[in-house]
Design a protein around this ligand. Sequence first.
Ligand SMILES: Cc1cc2nc3c(=O)[nH]c(=O)nc-3n(C[C@H](O)[C@H](O)[C@H](O)COP(=O)(O)O)c2cc1C
Length: 306
Amino acid sequence: MSSIDLSIELAGLKFKNPLLLASGTVGYGYEISNYLDLNQIGGIVTKSLSLNPRKGNPPQRIVETASGMLNAIGLANVGVEEFINEKIPFLAKYDTNIICNIAASSINEYVECVRILTTQEEIDAFEINVSCPNVKEGGLIFGNNCNAVGQITDRVKSVSTKPVFIKLSPNTSDIKDFARIAKDNGADAVSAINTLIGTAFDIWSKKPKIKNITGGLSGPAIKPVALAKVLEIHRNVDIPIIGIGGIMDFSDVIEFMIAGASLVQLGTVNFINPDAGFTIQKDLTGYCEQTGLDKINKLTGTYILN
Ligand SMILES: Cc1cc2nc3c(=O)[nH]c(=O)nc-3n(C[C@H](O)[C@H](O)[C@H](O)COP(=O)(O)O)c2cc1C
């Protein structure tokens, strides 16, 4: 038994380690549970939920790129009712935090989803997705507009009995302005970043490889962008940050924490090494032992810029 403390406290919640599984990359937990013991991770962020079920975009919805992937799933999900009846009972068996990610086409829909779901005691927090690049309504229309992000945060907070994290887009001018407005309206943390808009063409048909034309770029290709966004927020706004983008191993996690993240999320890596959550956690302990760090939470924001 190691004496290293990997636990993190954030918004009144205790996470056994800084590792969360990112929304959309592990379904509702069941999908990865044969490969990873969900008891080993700090928390799981569920696939974005909308009030009613959504089919998402027509295929092709995913394509591999250099050091990453493009996806345009279009928020396919089971909707709030089926989530409560079919998905929560499975997740409730695990000793980990359940963070329910919400995406919606209107401010009222965000509020309605949270109003219903906040009564579920197994849900520990909400992550509000105002940054999906792959839907026509909602998503980035909100995520690109500071007033909308402020309003959504304020309205969701007014009905939520749980902490609220706002998931920010990198496809904006100054991410710090969005983090600030989220904080000013009561957000408990911000998650950064969602995917970057990208595309790819088939050179023979001259058509986009993705039916939606553009998709969201994720994976190692976006890590430097994500780190810069986390740093920008940390240097300008006093709010806990959940770092996301291209994390593949423990050293990426350490980088995000140095840049200012308190927690991190594993996304695309789950498609490559579905047990990454387990290996990374072991390697984090190794890093702490090697560097004489007793508590990993001491790493957050320890950058030395000159
Ligand atoms: C296939 C796929 C589906 C995704 N679906 C969602 C989603 O429903 N809601 C959301 O907030 N983010 C979604 N994301 C974004 C991820 O949660 C994460 O922010 C992004 O992939 C960057 O992290 P990564 O580089 O580690 O994958 C999705 C990403 C992928 C690859």
